[in-house]
Design a protein. Structure first.
Length: 129
């Protein structure tokens, strides 16, 4: 699993089938031993940001439950409640916001529908830094 340590999963096309299977195997192992796993406090006192362009009760609840059970905190962020620059409004650039957020959290989960990817996909290189 060490070859996956520190790797970002932005799209499944970035990883081989074997790497995805390893990540899923680890997820199943966590689930099977959710209260007695050697890494069950791996997010101890750490924050995970959830950035949702499209709301989802199930995704949000699963992220929040997982972060809590791993000893951390999931913080929900909605782009519409933040002052981010878009083609239609002024505000902070995604790049500036991402740079600041990266100092406060160990990870970020982004939920976005394909119809918005073309516009927001321009920030992909920011996420890969």
């Amino acid at each position: 699993m060490s070859e996956l340590y520190g790797r970002d999963l932005i799209t499944t096309q970035d990883w081989s089938v074997e790497e995805i299977e390893k990540a899923l195997d680890l997820a199943f192992e966590f689930k099977a031993n959710r209260y007695d796993h050697p890494l069950n406090n791996c997010l101890d006192r750490r924050t995970f940001f959830m950035f949702f362009y499209n709301p989802s009760v199930r995704t949000r609840q699963s992220f929040e439950a997982a972060a809590t059970e791993l000893g951390g905190h999931a913080q929900f962020l909605e782009p519409k409640s933040m002052r981010l620059k878009t083609s239609k409004s002024a505000g902070e650039t995604i790049e500036d916001a991402a740079n600041v957020m990266s100092r406060y959290a160990v990870g970020i989960g982004i939920r976005i529908l394909e119809t918005a990817l073309e516009y927001y996909g321009q920030g992909e290189e920011i996420l890969r830094r």
